[in-house]
Design a protein around this ligand. Structure first.
Ligand SMILES: Nc1nc2c(ncn2[C@@H]2O[C@H](COP(=O)(O)OP(=O)(O)OP(=O)(O)O)[C@@H](O)[C@H]2O)c(=O)[nH]1
Length: 357
């Protein structure tokens, strides 16, 4: 269906495409209505001028609606699907048609009922009940006018039966509308749950649960990707490896919970110092890896100094005032000769160890 309707449907926005698809379905029912009216003309129940007038009205209404939907102007309306407007127009066209027919209204009434049922897809029970009431009113006015102006075309018994049949639409359609709007709500809720679950799975996959920064595999993947990018663009790329010292002792003296809090606090402080484009990850237990795109080694060293100062120069509220944390830092710039990222990380580690001695 998509292939055949290709040029008629907007492809960019799936919701807009669904609206146009629904409109085209209703337009097909209108086309059937026009064809059926042709039979009424042959049967002498409608003049050909009246048939032309009705066909023109239907054509103009549908062309206008299609232009609105295709241009995207429908998005400015409270209900971008234009269901309310379309249903209102169905009722008016139905009223006019019923008025112009000299008999046999029941046949065309069936097709109008089909058009009104499109409202079930978007309206809630209250809105559909109002629509059903309006449809009844239009029908009653149309046949009332026939009774006044052409009493020979009016059969009270048959029209009463039509009105009763039409009035069953109100509760039945209202029931379907409420059922479908409940399903729509449920579907929306499920979609939101699913989106949330997807985000959680993504976070679990790439974030370190304790500190909320990238986990080991995510920061390694980021370094790999940045190495390829830097190579392609001929830009410098540096990494920093920061290791908290004597962390075992911190855990032993102040407890694991305090140790955890300190790791979180360090991650928070580092995050404040790096740019959005930098990668910050927990490489090991008390070891952090920072990837700095478009950064030469000298700039990385300056940043490393600031990060070290964040740990060593500031007190941690979780620890006694005189207790200071210490850390070591290693730097490495990615070289063209590097075979893989492990060489880069190993150089940063060696740099850290040489600084220590
Ligand atoms: N609280 C806490 N401790 C951790 C976590 N991950 C690793 N550690 C601890 O960090 C300590 C790291 O020990 P080492 O590798 O010997 O490092 P260190 O004690 O800092 O020693 P140096 O680096 O040589 O100064 C171990 O005691 C680990 O249990 C964590 O998630 N939470």
């Amino acid at each position: 269906m998509n292939a055949s309707l290709g040029p008629l449907l907007p492809t960019e926005d799936p919701r807009q495409s669904l609206r146009v698809r629904r409109f085209l379905l209703a337009a097909t029912v209108y086309a059937l209505t026009v064809a059926l009216m042709g039979l009424y003309v042959r049967q002498g129940l409608l003049s050909s001028q009246e048939w032309q007038l009705l066909s023109l009205v239907i054509l103009l209404v549908n062309a206008g609606l299609y232009a609105l939907l295709r241009s995207g102007r429908n998005e400015r309306f409270g209900d971008p699907s234009l269901t309310g407007v379309q249903m209102f127009l169905v009722c008016l066209i139905m009223g006019l048609t019923m008025y112009l027919l000299d008999g046999g209204r029941g046949g065309l009434l069936l097709l109008f009922l089909v058009l009104l049922m499109f409202g079930v897809l978007r309206l809630n029970a209250r809105q559909f009940t109002a629509l059903g009431g309006f449809a009844l009113l239009c029908y009653a006015i149309a046949v009332g006018a026939v009774w006044q102006q052409r009493p020979e075309d009016f059969n009270a018994q048959v029209e009463l039966l039509h009105l009763v049949a039409l009035s069953t639409l109100v509760p039945c359609g209202g029931f379907f509308a409420s059922h479908i709007s409940r399903l729509r709500r449920l579907l929306r809720e499920r979609q939101i749950d699913l989106q949330r679950a997807r985000e959680e799975v993504h976070d679990l996959r790439v974030l370190d649960p304790l500190t909320g920064i990238s986990n080991r595999s995510a920061i390694i993947a980021f370094l790999d990707q940045e190495r390829q990018r830097a190579e392609r663009l001929g830009q410098p790329l540096s990494v920093l490896l920061l290791d908290l010292r004597q962390f075992k002792r911190i855990n032993r003296e102040f407890g694991h919970r305090t140790g955890d809090e300190i790791l979180r606090e360090v991650a928070r402080r580092f995050r404040r110092c790096v740019r959005d484009i930098d990668g910050l990850g927990r490489y090991g237990g008390e070891e952090f890896l920072i990837v700095l795109p478009d950064t030469p080694e000298e700039d990385a060293r300056q940043l490393g100094g600031r990060l070290t100062e964040c740990v060593q120069g500031q007190r941690f509220p979780q620890l006694p005032a005189r207790q200071r944390m210490r850390c070591t830092m290693g730097i490495s710039a990615v070289l063209e000769s590097d075979q893989d990222i492990w060489q880069v990380i190993e150089r940063a580690r060696a740099d850290s160890e040489s600084a220590e001695t």
